[in-house]
Write a protein that binds this ligand. Structure first.
Ligand SMILES: C[S@@+](CC[C@H](N)C(=O)[O-])C[C@H]1O[C@@H](n2cnc3c(N)ncnc32)[C@H](O)[C@@H]1O
Length: 416
């Protein structure tokens, strides 16, 4: 791969080397001292995996372009990678990159039932379950709309759902996203630069040059010879890290609980409420990140005030007599939403399969081998437990029953 990249115009590879490191696994080692801010690697535009390159490929492009509705960026890149992997000749350079990719991933979508059960009750558990279902649906669509239409390009034995999941994880864990000056975004995979592991000791130090289309890496800090070079993947909480990248950071400062607020379309005054949510910068399904520093973000109250508003409340907001965003609608509305929040959070906390203290005990006793899937899942669940410690609110059995039995049409569903 490196010689192909150098021939293609990559700069900086003579000072960098792939190496194995404890904890992060394979990564990039520097062979010289690096000063923070200096440009250390450039991967030229021509060798990047991007939607543009997939579409302009003479074999693959027409098949991708014929898909209606158009495929998602994720699906285009995943199909591109699988397509190159399936070729027995041609695409020599890209194929050296594909053969350097991991053969399997530790994203939570690959967890066994038992491993996933360790974090039952967390948003990771719910999202992973939903994701597994979504991937099956997406694969079915892709197989019908694209693969089956071009069996010569997409031999079914090399485009199975397992292959698709592998390719998706390749995209999730190795691609880089950039916002362009016109506001649009670009997602790409850069061979060799995708071998750089994450550290929160550096800030973002990967850059896309809009003019040349090249991808560059700057030194995020000073490095000594032999040090591992890092980039910064972003302020990502553990549940997302585990879902997309297959690892967690113990005591991750970016941890959050993704709370999804949603309302059934059959709920009273749904359409009117939908308009009010949109004008408040929300939607009928709104995801809010709960963090230790902001455990009750304003958007939760904004959403619930509208959701629980009665006829007169809705009229008052619509006529702008009340700003439903940061002002309470009425005492009764406010009491109702606060009571509901209390009940729901208690219900949520009670859904955790293993109590926090037990998980922490198990982690300390080494019940889960460090780094294995269940260890990562236990960390994820225990960190949620840390957030909920001391916030247990007693709930009456009848209320718990109501919560467990499901929600009324106007209720918030705590899901992700
Ligand atoms: C962009 S790739 C980096 C190269 C990768 N280690 C490899 O061998 O191909 C991202 C993957 O590296 C691993 N990784 C990156 N940063 C890590 C970290 N700080 N701790 C543990 N694993 C990490 C995870 O498996 C992640 O999905």
């Amino acid at each position: 791969m490196e010689s192909w990249l150098i021939e293609s115009g990559a700069v900086g590879l003579s000072d960098l080397e792939l190496a194995d490191f404890p904890v992060t696994g394979r990564g990039v080692k520097t062979l010289r001292r690096l000063k923070q801010g200096e440009m250390i690697l450039t991967i030229p535009s021509d060798v990047l995996w991007s939607v543009k390159h997939a579409y302009s490929d003479p074999n693959l492009g027409p098949a991708l372009r014929s898909a209606l509705p158009p495929l998602s960026v994720e699906d285009i890149l995943a199909t591109y990678i699988l397509f190159v992997r399936s070729r027995e000749s041609g695409y020599d350079g890209l194929r050296t990159h594909v053969s350097a990719l991991p053969g399997s991933y530790s994203s939570s979508i690959f967890f066994s039932e038992d491993e996933l059960e360790v974090c039952a009750g967390t948003s990771l558990y719910t999202i992973t379950k939903q994701l597994q279902q979504r991937i099956e649906d997406d694969y079915r669509q892709l197989a019908v709309r694209v693969f089956a239409q071009h069996p010569d390009l997409f031999p079914l034995d090399k485009f199975t759902i397992e292959d698709y999941k592998w390719a998706l994880c390749t995209v999730w864990s190795r691609s880089m996203d950039f916002t362009l000056p016109d506001g649009s975004s670009i997602r790409l995979l850069a061979p060799f630069a995708d071998m750089l592991n994450h550290s929160s000791e550096v800030k973002q130090c990967h850059a896309y040059d809009v003019k040349s289309g090249d991808l560059s890496i700057l030194a995020g800090k000073d490095y000594e010879i032999g040090d591992q070079v890092y980039i910064y993947y972003g302020p990502i909480p553990n549940n997302r890290l585990l879902r997309l990248y297959g690892f967690v950071i113990p005591d991750n400062p970016n941890d959050s609980y993704d709370l999804v607020l949603t309302t059934h379309p059959m709920a009273p005054f749904y359409e009117q409420k939908q308009k009010l949510w949109v004008s408040a910068g929300l939607d009928s399904t709104t995801t809010v990140a709960l963090t230790l520093t902001d455990p009750l973000p304003k958007n939760i109250l904004r959403y619930l005030r509208i959701q629980r508003a009665d006829v007169s409340g809705l009229a008052a907001i619509t006529l702008q007599q009340i700003d439903g965003r940061d002002e309470k609608i009425s005492d009764s509305n406010e009491v109702e939403i606060l009571r509901f929040l209390e009940e729901s959070i208690s219900g949520l906390l009670n859904c955790f399969a293993t109590p926090s203290e037990k998980l922490e005990e198990q982690l300390a006793e080494g019940v889960y081998p460090v780094g294995c899937n269940a260890w990562a899942a236990a960390h994820e669940s225990a960190s949620r437990s840390g957030e909920r410690k001391g916030k247990q609110i007693p709930v009456r059995a009848s209320e718990m029953r109501k919560l467990r039995q499901g929600f009324r049409a106007t209720d918030v569903v705590w899901e992700v």
